[in-house]
Design a protein around this ligand. Structure first.
Ligand code: DP6
Length: 325
């Protein structure tokens, strides 16, 4: 029997080779594989408390009760866990994020990784890391990667069993500086934007053809210890993903003026010798992959030259973990 309550902590991850597009929305099977870095900042802490007397799940996110789609996503996810565990009790889910929710900072990745681990603990499901990654994937694709620390590759797979993430060993000494231009909720969710891109962008098929090559090249660069090559692929891959969105109908433009300012600045800093490469997700904020040895200089340059930005200075973070009561 389970303890009926469990708390888990997971960290966000930023994709270096992106996941963009599903081939099965129910199972959250991606069109292509992806590669990410789990960060050591911006953790999500989630408690799942079974409540046998309750008729419904309740979800509290950062002190506010969730309703509508966010509540539905959590309740649907818990249904999946209950079905596997052969249990029926509803639960109280309490989540605290330490980065702004909905701002392209991957809070759904850390959120569903933490929820998967806490829910499995509370409902007494014994899962190995691979199964936990598969379960987290059902909540949000990118969450499959936040189960692991450091670099993680998510294999696209062809069915539920073969689509999971696993860690990728590296001694590259990777850092990341997140330039938070806005903490506002984005107008179009990544889920909606992704679907629209797949359905309407004439550039999407080219992306789907190219991305496996980008992933293979990125993994080869990691194995070879070639940070410059990994960085080039990272920046290029992000720009290609955004190019598919610009071609969607109606177009999805996540960038703000500040996004371009930071992108150009990173390119200029690189010409000056800094090991730094930009990547952007479903929002205007820019994440800058860098070497640990250049991280302080990069953060200083960004602080000096980007008005009003908040910086999160990160390194490789840990795997998701259960907190012992
Ligand atoms: C741009 O994992 O949030 O951050 O599976 O629909 O929940 P769903 O999507 P989500 O998409 C992440 C998209 C991305 C790229 C990435 O993290 O690989």
């Amino acid at each position: 029997m389970s303890a009926g309550t469990a708390t888990a902590v997971a960290h966000p991850n930023i994709a270096l080779v992106k996941y963009w597009g599903k081939r099965d929305e129910d199972l959250v099977l991606p069109v292509t594989g992806s590669l990410s870095l789990t960060l050591d900042t911006g953790a999500t802490r989630t408690t799942v408390d079974l409540d046998p007397a309750a008729a419904q799940d309740t979800v509290e996110l950062d002190g506010a009760t969730s309703t509508g789609v966010p509540h539905e996503r959590v309740a649907t996810f818990l249904d999946l866990v209950r079905e596997r565990a052969g249990r029926t009790e509803r639960a109280r889910v309490t989540t605290v994020n330490t980065v702004p929710t909905g701002a392209g900072l991957a809070s759904s990745a850390s959120g569903f990784a933490a929820l998967a681990l806490a829910a499995a603990g509370a409902y007494g499901l014994e899962l190995d890391e691979r199964d936990l990654s598969r379960l987290a994937r059902r909540g949000s694709g990118s969450a499959s990667r936040s189960v692991f620390g450091g670099l993680a590759v998510w294999h696209a797979g062809h069915d539920d069993a073969s689509s999971f993430a696993e860690p990728v060993a590296t001694d590259l000494g990777l850092g990341m500086v997140v330039v938070v231009l806005t903490g506002e909720q984005k107008a179009v969710s990544s889920r909606v934007a992704m679907r629209r891109t797949v359905d309407t962008s004439p550039f999407y098929p080219a992306w789907a053809r190219q991305n496996p090559q980008d992933l293979a090249d990125a993994l080869a660069a990691v194995r070879a210890g070639d940070l410059a090559r990994l960085g080039e692929i990272t920046e290029n891959n992000a720009l290609r993903m955004h190019a598919t969105m610009l071609g969607a109908v109606p177009p999805v433009v996540y960038w703000s003026a500040g996004t371009l300012t930071v992108l150009h600045l990173v390119q200029a800093l690189r010409r000056d010798g800094l090991e730094a490469w930009a990547t952007m997700d479903a929002g205007p904020n820019v994440k800058v992959l860098c070497s640990l040895r250049h991280r302080a200089a990069l953060a200083q340059a960004l602080a000096d030259q980007v008005d009003g930005a908040r910086l999160l200075v990160a390194g490789a973070g840990p795997a998701a973990r259960l907190e012992t009561p």
